[in-house]
Ligand binder design. Structure first.
Ligand SMILES: *Cc1c(COP(=O)(O)O)cnc(C)c1O
Length: 370
């Protein structure tokens, strides 16, 4: 992919300047002779709590586990229903399924691709226990309406903050609204480790302690197990790397927002192409820069022929995946999600991408538009 004129994603502008700092953090862990649940994890958890304006962060093995552990702590399981977006990465749904509960999809607002709070009430039943908003592509969901609804109906909120570290709604950071929230530090996420990693965030110390126990075999005291837990620990190496990268994240987020602004200027007025929209009171940290066109597949091929990398997030909505065939949700069951899946295209986006590179992508798109 890196031989392309403009790749879909390039790590170099992040990893080359930070190389020295990251290598020294890795060296420190190497020489510490302590590799699991030590000071590096504690330090990163504290730094991430400060960043995310929460009192508790619990480092775990990946983003999917963060969501599973959050649902386990809330004792959500068989017989329970959880509201999920019809338009999301499948991990949100998988977390619900893994604890034995049933995902109940709600359609997005097509303007933002995020769950439409106005459609949630109609999907609630006496079995509904929680709402899982996903701040898709890096844009905060309309959290005021979602939190109001949750209070009215006595539901938990578990934010899926995997794509949106640093985004905010009405001035409050995503990952700090829900009772427990999950995030991912998969390498390509806005804050990425050098492998799998994730975290749960919360302001509730009791729930946080339950997550700590669950992530470590259900044990507080070594070899004494209180509950049936998991092995889902953030390791010291990843924590040390993440602590360094977290210090750069605000600057990298500004750079992503600058790239998005350049796209907005260079792509203005292209017929048949819809650019991302940001809702009132929401901010967007542009994990992905996603445009929409009825000619999606042909445009993607055209850009590839010019050496421009793009991706589709996501080509098949969860309810149409074979994994969820048992739910019996036919084609057409969630038409907005299906339409977005058929028309979305993620353009190259990374911190440090230049205006010249944005201009090359825009020129490529204009040459297709004719
Ligand atoms: C990446 C992602 C996850 C899962 O994170 P992993 O660390 O890959 O397990 C969950 N939800 C969303 C929306 C994601 O983008």
């Amino acid at each position: 992919m890196n031989n392309l004129t403009v790749p879909f994603l390039a790590f170099q502008p992040q990893h080359v300047p930070a190389r020295q700092e990251i290598m020294s953090a890795i060296g420190r862990v190497y020489d510490s002779y302590w590799y699991v649940l030590g000071d590096e994890v504690k330090n990163f958890e504290q730094a991430y709590s400060a960043f995310n304006h929460v009192t508790q962060t619990i480092g775990v093995a990946n983003g999917l586990d963060a969501l599973v552990l959050a649902l386990r702590v809330l004792e959500i399981g068989p017989g329970d229903e959880v509201i999920v977006p019809s338009n999301t990465y499948i991990a949100t749904w998988l977390a619900v399924t893994q604890v034995g509960a049933t995902p109940v999809p709600v359609e997005p607002d097509p303007a933002t691709s995020n769950i439409d709070p106005a459609r949630i009430a109609a999907a609630l039943t006496p079995r509904t226990r929680a709402i899982m908003p996903v701040h898709l592509y890096g844009q905060a969901c309309r959290m005021s309406e979602i939190m109001d609804l949750a209070r009215q109906h006595n539901l938990y909120v578990v934010e899926d903050n995997a794509q949106s570290q640093g985004a905010a709604f009405a001035g409050q950071l995503t990952g700090s609204f829900g009772h427990l929230n999950g995030t991912s530090f998969y390498p390509g996420k806005n804050l990425g480790a050098l492998g799998d990693a994730g975290a749960v965030t919360t302001d509730d110390a009791t729930m946080a302690q339950k997550v700590r126990v669950l992530r470590n075999y259900g044990s507080q005291q070594k070899y004494y197990n209180e509950v049936v837990g998991y092995n889902s620990r953030l390791d010291e190496l990843q924590a040390a790397v993440l602590e360094v990268k977290l210090r750069h994240l605000p600057e990298w987020t500004r750079q992503r927002q600058q790239v998005a602004a350049w796209y907005g200027q260079h792509l203005a007025g292209v017929a048949g192409l819809r650019l991302p929209e940001v809702a009132d009171s929401a901010t967007h940290v542009y994990h992905l820069y996603v445009v929409y066109t009825a000619q999606r597949d042909a445009l993607q091929q055209h850009l590839m022929s010019l050496g421009i990398g793009t991706m589709i997030h996501y080509p098949v909505p969860p309810h149409r995946q074979q994994a969820y065939a048992h739910l019996g949700l036919a084609a057409g069951a969630f038409p907005i999600a299906e339409e977005l899946a058929a028309t979305c295209l993620s353009l190259p986006m990374w911190p440090g991408m230049t205006e010249e590179q944005v201009a090359i992508v825009a020129k490529g798109i204009r040459s297709f538009a004719g």
